[in-house]
Design a protein around this ligand. Structure first.
Ligand SMILES: [Zn+2]
Length: 111
């Protein structure tokens, strides 16, 4: 659990959480924890923990068997111009010889 942020109104550090809202006992302020955390943009990281962004080029770090086919995406395959999407397979991409597919960011490395 991360520490709760201080009250944005009076800067009190005695804030507490109640039903998804953050409350300040000193000035009575209530606010949403989601808004307080700044941004709800998801962050996608590669196998090394590097942050991935749309348009990055990555390589595949292990052989990946493609669902519904006998093809294998070999380790070291370069994937250009990735697009990040929400979900289990969070990289949308197109690979020469394979076509459009989805990959997991944990199986790639940014180059
Ligand atoms: Zn306050």
């Amino acid at each position: 659990m991360s520490e709760l942020p201080p009250c944005p109104k009076c800067n009190s550090t005695y804030t507490y959480e109640d039903g998804g809202l953050l409350m300040c006992p000193e000035c009575g302020n209530e606010w949403s924890a989601d808004a307080a955390s700044g941004s709800d943009e998801p962050v996608y990281k590669d196998a090394n923990g590097a942050v991935l962004v749309d348009g990055d080029t990555v390589t595949v770090i292990k052989d990946l068997k493609l669902k519904g086919s006998s093809q294998v995406l070999k380790v070291g395959t370069k994937v250009k111009n990735i697009r990040l999407v929400e979900g289990d397979h969070n990289i949308d991409c197109k690979i020469d010889g394979f076509g459009a597919m989805k990959l997991k960011s944990e199986f790639v490395k940014k180059i």
